[in-house]
Design a protein around this ligand. Structure first.
Ligand code: SF4
Length: 555
């Protein structure tokens, strides 16, 4: 059969190019909001909500809060309403937001670079004990998250945090979120250079700056002299690299992000010296603000623009429109074989040691954090770091103090020689507090670790590189489902008896570093929550039995 004839334009008429629908890019003239989120940001800068919290809502109580502030602008100060207890995950998508809202808040404290003094850590812990029912989770972006916060307490919490140099400003929202940094910046013997001055300058110059408080969506940054900050999944990342002619500096990456349509960040092939990082960061975030897509929230991350433009055009626009100069070409950084998590005891370049300890899936408490601050000080340290793997590191420990500190941390449930499961299991907030969640994650992660420590006791010692297991409560991938060896994405599944129960879609073989890539989502590869331990055990036993010596979990 012959192909149908193609439609051809009538003779003498030039075909009109199809009008491409605009994506709401400000730089192309789309200044009128195209959806309710954009409208809300345009109507009133989210940064203005702070004064309403301080002057109105904290005095008049929860019921006085304007819904546009409650479910929108509050995020710019790290505040989300938490999920009402007792609503199961199967109903998440069926209810209106106000039906899911509790009268309490999750509050996120941004800990840029994961860097805390023991004094700051103690204050973070004390606030938790007094105002957050002793809750404190270490997030996989180096933040601390409280729960059960009441609106009446927010101003005094801010003032206590700010007295020690901490803030919740732009911890959430469509703005530059916490800047990831190496937990061992300045002390690691193998870092290319210490990125701390660049992080400090970005915070000082741009966080809370109205010019960058209305971005198309969230904007994630990572800056480190070592490849230890999951740089591949950030909107912009600067990774330490030695340039053969110019010396130590950073390799520039853009457009990483997970969730739906995940994409690994792309190298622009540019080398940036330390003192130019803030300016180049400003250029990248400005491109996102001006050219980022604002029509659909689902396409509003920088990765979509990078995908459409390609790295060559992105670099050219950055240089010509924003920096007004050329960037220097540079080499790629060295990739670690597996993610660096800083757990255990390691020498610093000054002769002291840093001691990395693992809670399960970042769950600690305010009391634990206060106790860690005390223990660190007894060991002669004044500095603690949080990691992007939900771990905690005490810096500057003299060798003689290390064993006593390890013992004290172990008493607190923070192990410095953890099992591979305690070391590698991560979990997002999940059903306990998150309004988007479909399944429980944190408590399940704790049970999973305990069960795997027992059921795989005979082979745990053979796992030189732990098999990473990440539990996510919904498809949003806050715990990086696609980059785990075993990624678990929460959803309702059907069990053997035909019941709808909590379970997970499985992604196998994801990774960062040398093996950077997304796990395979096998069609129909789902597991109920009740089968989870046996499932992980089966996968791990098959891997250990079939691997070549030294072979990592298959990608
Ligand atoms: Fe909530 Fe989903 Fe993120 Fe988990 S992955 S914290 S359930 S939005």
């Amino acid at each position: 059969m012959s192909a149908p004839p193609r439609e051809t334009p009538a003779k003498g008429r030039t075909p009109r190019p199809r009008q491409k629908r605009g994506e709401g890019q400000w730089a192309l003239g789309y200044r009128e909001p195209l959806n309710p989120n954009e409208r809300s940001k345009k109507d009133d800068s989210p940064l203005n909500v702070r004064s309403r919290i301080e002057n109105i809502y904290a005095h008049r109580g929860f019921d006085s809060i304007d819904p546009g502030d409650l479910r929108g602008r509050f995020r710019w100060f790290g505040l989300y309403t938490q999920r009402k207890p007792g609503i199961d995950g199967g109903r998440t998508a069926l209810l209106e937001p106000e039906e899911l809202d509790d009268r309490y808040f999750m509050m996120r404290v941004r800990i840029d670079g994961g860097a805390l003094t023991t004094e700051q850590l103690r204050v973070v812990g004390e606030i938790s004990r007094e105002h957050a029912r002793d809750t404190a989770d270490i997030s996989d972006r180096q933040n601390v998250q409280y729960h059960w916060i009441e609106i009446e307490d927010v101003p005094s919490i801010w003032s206590r945090l700010e007295n020690v140099g901490l803030t919740t400003t732009e911890a959430c929202g469509d703005c530059p979120r916490v800047v990831l940094g190496s937990p061992v910046a300045g002390i690691a013997a193998n870092e290319v250079l210490d990125a701390t001055p660049a992080i400090d300058e970005i915070l000082e110059r741009y966080i809370g700056d109205p010019r960058f408080a209305n971005l198309p969506r969230k904007f994630k940054t990572a800056i480190s002299g070592l490849p230890d900050i999951v740089h591949e999944i950030n909107d912009v990342a600067f990774v330490g690299v030695d340039h053969p002619e110019h010396g130590p500096g950073f390799d520039l990456w853009v457009g990483g992000g997970l969730s739906t349509n995940p994409m690994l960040a792309q190298r622009l092939g540019a080398w940036v010296p330390l003192d130019e990082v803030p300016q180049v960061w400003e250029g990248v975030v400005s491109i996102f603000r001006d050219y980022g897509y604002r029509r659909l929230r689902s396409r509003a991350r920088l990765k979509f623009l990078v995908k459409d433009w390609g790295t060559e055009k992105f670099r050219q626009v950055l240089e010509s429109e924003y920096l007004k100069r050329k960037l220097i070409d540079g080499p790629p950084p060295e990739n670690p074989a597996t993610p660096i998590d800083h757990v255990g005891v390691h020498p610093q370049k000054d002769g002291n040691y840093y001691v990395g300890a693992a809670p399960v899936a970042g769950r600690v408490s305010g009391s634990t954090l206060v106790a860690v601050a005390d223990a660190a000080e007894r060991a002669g340290s004044r500095r603690v770091r949080l990691t992007p793997h939900q771990k905690l590191v005490v810096l500057d420990v003299p060798e003689a103090e290390v064993p006593a500190l390890q013992a004290e941390l172990a008493e607190l449930g923070l192990q410095t020689k953890p099992s591979p499961w305690r070391r590698s299991v991560m979990a997002c907030t999940g059903l306990e507090f998150c309004k988007l969640a479909i399944v429980e994650t944190k408590v399940r992660a704790q049970q999973l670790v305990a069960d795997l420590e027992k059921s795989l006791a005979d082979i745990n010692a053979q796992l030189e590189t732990p098999v990473s297991v990440h539990l996510n409560g919904c498809p949003n991938s806050c715990a990086r489902v696609q980059t785990a060896d075993i990624g678990l994405k929460g959803q309702i599944v059907t069990d053997a008896d035909g019941n709808q129960v909590e379970g997970f879609q499985v992604h196998l073989g994801g990774g960062l570093g040398l093996d950077a890539g997304f796990g395979r989502k096998l069609r129909g590869h789902k597991v109920t929550a009740g089968e989870l331990v046996e499932y992980v055990e089966r996968v791990v036993r098959a891997y250990v039995a079939g691997r070549e010596p030294g072979e990592r979990f298959p990608q």
